[in-house]
Design a protein around this ligand. Structure first.
Ligand code: NZQ
Ligand code: ZN
Length: 384
């Protein structure tokens, strides 16, 4: 096992009715900005719950944060915060609202062009405190330090990570997710599954606890994902999806082990270029990444085949192939298609994706830092 430091201070308020308790988590004299997306929270009653939990408090609002949140929109919130002297942010929505709010929190006190935080890795040295009321299980943003932001002007989608943007608390009430359309549930299952795979499906470093935790999240998603799709208001199935998605990317399973993230970095470029949902890009790229890198990932693929998919018969090569096929079939079975052509994107996009990865300095991806542009080309060719 590699050395590691683990730190995660996010307080989780999990379960029915927990929104009512947020008042106690926010300083009583805070000037609060509620941030939200395109209006789902107004249609499903979450907005009303938040407002009533904060009745009598000094509350401002900023709506209109789009999926794959835009820098240009978020900077308007930064202006509002500076003008009004707001000192606490409450993100109410999915990963895009949570990520956008993390960026806003970091940008308010940033000296210079805040896009440099993503584009040049400029250091974040402070951020406004923030809380999250999560309405879409998928990204893990509610319990991690990451945010992915899109600059609309240049069609770039880049991430940053800083311990200053850990939420102070996150509310996970599965009932707030009952209003999600099937496409977003499917996306959540695939995103969480792929987060685990990025941290698990590399090479063995004798870390059986991390491996078994990762495998248990994968197996839970395989069992509970179809249940919650079939019965969207089955509380227990949804609760299991919500907690799986949080556990998939809160840092716990990545301690002391190598990580890949090739699929995510290629996926972000596909979203930036073609507007595909984040999880759609992952469903396309992950099976091909596993296939093209199977020599490097051989031992873990065999372990994954055995422990996650119960594949025990046949040669090693047959088991590896079967596990990759099972992965693709699982994504398709929960309703997320796995080929570029399913989304009307052709292989002619490959040079543009590679060009953008090069521009963003992502020419040595993966757990071995050997996924170079030639390898990305092979992966994408297999995604057709
Ligand atoms: O904008 P509203 O009206 O709220 O509608 C949203 C949006 O249209 C809707 N929605 C959310 N909760 C709902 C709901 N509709 C009905 N009922 C509810 N309860 O769902 C749509 C998609 O929302 P979005 O927040 O974009 O989805 P998701 O949570 O999947 O977030 C995706 C973003 O997170 C980034 C992705 O790149 C993408 O930008 N990621 C963030 C990560 C992180 N911070 O660690 C890691 C991930 O790998 C990912 O990259
Ligand atoms: Zn993701």
């Amino acid at each position: 096992m590699e050395n590691f430091v683990f730190y995660n201070p996010v307080k989780i308020l999990f379960g029915k009715g927990q929104i009512a308790n947020i008042g106690a988590e926010i300083p009583s004299d805070a000037k609060i900005l509620i941030t939200y997306g395109g209006g789902s929270i107004k249609a499903n009653g979450v907005y009303d719950q938040v407002k009533s939990a904060l009745a009598g408090r000094n509350v401002f609002e900023f709506g209109g944060i789009e999926p794959n949140p835009h820098l240009e929109t978020l900077m308007k919130a930064v202006e509002l915060i500076r003008k009004e002297g707001i000192d606490f942010l409450l993100a109410v929505g999915g990963g895009s609202v949570a990520d956008g709010t993390k960026f806003i929190a970091a940008a308010v006190n940033f000296v210079g062009d805040p896009w440099d935080i993503m584009a040049k890795g400029a250091a974040v040295t402070s951020a406004l405190p923030l809380g999250v009321v999560l309405t879409l299980p998928a990204t893990g943003s509610e319990m991690n330090t990451n945010a992915v932001i899109t600059k609309w002007e240049t069609q770039e989608k880049l991430y940053f990570s800083s311990p200053f943007v850990f939420p102070k608390f996150s509310v996970l009430d599965p009932e707030t997710t009952f209003s999600l359309p099937p496409r977003q549930i499917s996306n959540g299952i695939v995103d969480a599954f792929t987060h685990v795979m990025e941290q698990y499906l590399t090479y063995p470093v004798n870390a059986p606890l991390q491996d078994r935790m990762a495998e248990s999240i994968l197996k839970t998603l395989i069992e509970e994902g179809p249940k919650t799709l079939a019965n969207p208001t089955d509380y227990d199935a949804r609760a299991n999806l919500v907690w799986s998605a949080t556990m998939a990317l809160n840092g716990l399973i990545s301690v002391g082990v190598p990580q890949d993230w090739t699929t995510h970095m290629i996926g972000h470029e596909l979203t930036a270029l073609h507007g595909l949902d984040h999880a759609q890009t992952l469903a396309i790229v992950l099976p091909s990444t596993l296939k093209i890198r199977c020599d490097r990932k051989w031992q873990k693929l065999l372990q994954y085949a055995d422990r996650v998919w119960d594949i025990v018969g046949g040669s090693e090569a047959q088991r590896v192939d079967a596990a990759i096929t099972k992965t693709r079939d699982f994504f398709e079975s929960v309703g997320v298609h796995t080929h570029l052509s399913d989304y009307g994107v052709g292989v002619e996009t490959i040079p543009a994706v590679i060009n953008n990865l090069e521009k963003h300095g992502m020419t040595a991806l993966g757990e071995n830092k050997d996924v170079n542009p030639q390898v990305v080309e092979k992966i994408l060719a297999l995604c057709a």
